[in-house]
Write a protein that binds this ligand. Structure first.
Ligand code: ADP
Length: 267
């Protein structure tokens, strides 16, 4: 540090130092509150399935194990609870990596049409259970080449389609479409005609653990982290994600991707 003899300068420097420290402390306090809240949410989320599993095991030990049919049913339910725990821990792991910026993206050129088709194949059965039709804008039968982390984008598409089914109506429809946006961008839209989201909830959708209907969503499974993960992945790509929804009518989640320049020529 240069030696300052001028008193006024020195006072200014001290004041600035104090101000900086104050800001630093404020930031740390906010972060600490955030951390506590997060831990609170995590233990809450874990508790529910843990108690469920414990409940079934204790009931079995209490005598239910003797009845063959009951035994099978309870073991199946316990296994479902464990499966839920695994999903939650996997999502937590993912979100922690994303938030500390620890997630390495593997950029490559791939056909986004193929990724959408993979998600549809994976979720066909789940959709069929609610008689939901998965449709894909067939104007895009030809490949549309984009540059991104294929595996992560696969996860984004799958999460959005899963939600459209989970919050979709019986006999409903989920439609995925891909459009050119500007020269080197495409936009992928996942549209459903499901329950929709009330206006006041929209701005909170991407928050960790946020759910519109706590009990309803829990019945549907999921960790409440899905959309938060989706947003992180898209933003890690420096892309944008949007949501539009009308309560009772349906929702549309969309995100942008970098298109490989001469992708048009391939079509
Ligand atoms: P969850 O595990 O609860 O599905 P998400 O982070 O994926 O967690 O979604 C957060 C909440 O946003 C959901 O609980 C639901 O209330 C709402 N939501 C997400 N997608 C849709 C959709 N397509 N239609 C209506 N509501 C949705």
């Amino acid at each position: 540090h240069p030696i300052t003899t001028d008193m006024a300068t020195l006072t200014r420097e001290i004041e600035k130092f104090a101000q900086d420290k104050k800001l630093e402390i404020e930031t740390l306090k906010v972060r600490e509150t955030y951390r506590k809240e997060f831990l609170g949410n995590v233990s809450h989320e874990l508790k529910t399935p843990l108690f469920t599993v414990q409940g079934y095991i204790l009931t079995l030990l209490d005598g239910a194990i003797k009845d063959k049919a009951v035994r099978k049913k309870y073991l199946q339910r316990a296994a479902k609870g464990v499966e839920r725990l695994i999903y939650i821990v996997r999502d937590l792991d993912m979100i922690t990596k994303l938030e500390v910026g620890d997630l390495h993206l593997d950029h490559e050129e791939f056909n986004i049409v193929e990724v959408v088709e993979n998600s549809f194949d994976l979720l066909e059965m789940k959709a069929a259970k609610k008689n939901i039709t998965l449709t894909f804008d067939m104007a895009y039968e030809a490949p549309i080449m984009v540059r991104a982390d294929k595996e992560r984008i696969q996860q984004v598409v799958t999460n959005l389609v899963v939600n459209s089914i989970k919050y979709g109506k019986l006999d409903g429809t989920t439609e995925v479409s891909i459009e050119n946006l500007i020269k080197n961008k495409v936009i992928v839209r996942v549209t459903d005609n499901g329950e929709g989201i009330e206006k006041q909830h929209i701005s909170r959708l991407f928050e960790r653990f946020f759910r519109v209907d706590k009990s309803g969503s829990r019945k549907e499974g999921g960790s409440g982290l899905g959309l938060s993960i989706v947003k992180h992945i898209i933003e890690a790509h420096n892309e944008k994600i949007y949501v539009e929804s009308v309560y009772g009518i349906g929702s549309e989640f969309s995100f942008t991707l970098e298109k490989v320049e001469d992708s048009e020529a391939i079509r």
